[in-house]
Each structure stands twice: as structure tokens, then as C-alpha cells.
Design a protein around this ligand. Sequence first.
Ligand code: ADP
Length: 354
Amino acid sequence: MVSKDQIYDILREVDDPELHRPITDLGMVENVNIDNSTVAVKIKLTIPGCPMKARISDDITNKLESLEGVNKVEIEFGSMNDEERAKLRQQLMPGAKAEDDSPNLDFVKEIICVASGKGGVGKSTVTANLAAALSELGLKVGVLDADVYGFSIPRMLGVTGQPTIIDNMIIPPERNGIKLVSMGLFLDEDTPVIWRGPLLHKTVQQFMTDVHWDKLDVMLVDLPPGTGDITITVAQKMSKARLLVVTTPQKAASNVALRVGKMAEKVELGVLGVIENMSFFQLPDGSKEYVFGQGGGSEVADILNTSVFAEIPLDSELRQASDEGNPIIWSEKDSPARQAYLKCADRLKLELKL
Ligand code: ADP
């Protein structure tokens, strides 16, 4: 007959799919009963009706059934009580601070705030594709969508469904290893902005203090366009963040740069560089057509005393891929935009020593 120790050894190999820790460490194994070759396990889910229930059940069953002497596995599910959830939160986020305090940012090596002077320049597209490209390089990436009025990152990264919340701790859903929190995961895009308004600040605060990111190499923050309140709040709280400014190639983008520059100065954030988006259209013969003119990126970079980090071409496949929730980085087909993003991610990785 198998022993309890053997069963616990196996259960230690089963991770909670959202928290990525062994279920034994998370206090999820309530008890184990062995009756000849039948093993009964009682599991406490973090929340009742946890969407990961079937997966946890399959993982446990498959592992235990491979053990010699086990013919049948019975799993009973219960759920943690409030006290146990509070304990779990404390275990996972021991350094968490109160909402109005500065967040504890020890979990992440680098924070990049993606900013733009105005909407429609491709800021969110840059955030989503850079996240995918950095993750493709093997980095642990999180995205905080602070563009609360125009949240589009969930759609671009193809993340749906409400996050699991354990004692006010938000577990960010993942896609291809990229973790994401966004107002869009709680509301849909049709929710009138007027209803979102009062929730905004509180939600953004919560996104900074109450999310279990675990360990990240880099967090990308999609800031709202312009230099409004939310941008300043986020930037002020994220003291170690650096700004990446997205602009288009039109000249006269300088007023935009000045605004972003002033904001960076005010909140004491360093500027990492400028990304010029929609820089050119690559014709089949390899030559470039400058659909929106030239020079905007370098003009902005000069004003901000930094350099142009990348030039992303106009690419209809990139737009389509974003609309479908599958960033072009994950596409099997290579393209100039995909290459530009991968090159940019490489450069970021190198310069930030990630
Ligand atoms: P912002 O966040 O600045 O408001 P978005 O990222 O939502 O802008 O982009 C606006 C639109 O432009 C989207 O439809 C997006 O797919 C498209 N887009 C962004 N960058 C490119 C590009 N390089 N080539 C083609 N379309 C792009």
C-alpha cells in the first residue's frame, strides 16, 4: 500500500495553475485518505468555483495514478474561508502596502511606462507587441494597462475573463506567459466612460498595490495619452519607472514632446527613448515610402535629450493581428514590423541589463 508521505511527495509536484506554487505550499491540501489502492484527496480551492478546478483535478489524478499501488483517485473540493485567504495573501504578498502608500516594487527589475502626447499614435499597440517581443526573449513580463479610458490591451493580447481575486489580491490572467491587469478585464469596452470615471483612480491604485505579479523582469505600463491625472499618479508612485515615448513621424510633434518632457521632469522619471511608430511603409522592392512624412521621432528625441529607440513600419498585418488578439510577434510569418519589435526588445534587454 502507498504511504501518505508518498502521496504528499507527489502532490508537492502539482502547482496551482494561477499562482504557480505547489498546492501543498499554498495550504490547498486539506487531507489525504488511503484505502487500499484508493486515494481520496480533499482540496481547498482559493475561491469557490475557481475556474482552474478541472485543471487541478486532472493534474492531481494523472500524477497520482502513475504511482504504483494506486488504482483509483477521488478528489473532493471545498474552498478556503476568509481567514485562510487572508493568510494566503499574506504569504504571497508579504510586503504589500496600504492603498494610499507607495507600492512595493521589489517584485520587478525594470518598469517601462509607455507614453504618448495624444491618442491614436499606436501607444497600446507598441505596449502589447513589445510585451510579446520581450517575453519571446525569455523574460518574465507583466503589463499594467493604466489607459483606463481607452483600455485596449486585453483585446490586443487576447486576454479575456475576470481575474481571480483572493482577499482583494488580484491574480493577473496570463497569455503566453504575459501577465496582465486592465480595467478592461472588469468592465467591457461598451461601459460608458462616465461610469468608469469615479472608479479610475481607485482602480489604478489597486493595480499598483494589490496585484500578485510574483517575480517579473519587466513591467510595461500603458499610460493614458497625454499628461493627465492618472499618468501623473502612476508615474509618481512608480519611482523606478522610465518613460518610452511613442510618436508618429510627422514634424511638429514637438509640442507633444514638450508636454511629455515636462511631465517626465515633474514626476522625476527618466526617459528611456522614443519609438517612432508608422515610420514608413516597406514596398515589395524593399524601398520605403514615408506615408506620414519624416523626422518626427528624432525631433521628439532631440527635445527630450534622448534617442530614437526603434522605427516601427506601417503594416496592415500588424493591425489585423492586434485586432484578432494575436500580436504579430506570435505569427509564424516574419514581417518588417515583427522584426522591428524584436530588434527593439533586444535593445531594451541589453540596455536595461535584463
Ligand atoms: P493609441 O494607443 O495610441 O491610441 P492604438 O495602439 O490603439 O493607439 O493604435 C491605433 C490604431 O492604429 C489601431 O487600430 C492599431 O492597430 C493601428 N496601428 C498601430 N500601429 C500600427 C502600425 N505600425 N501599422 C499599422 N497599424 C497600426
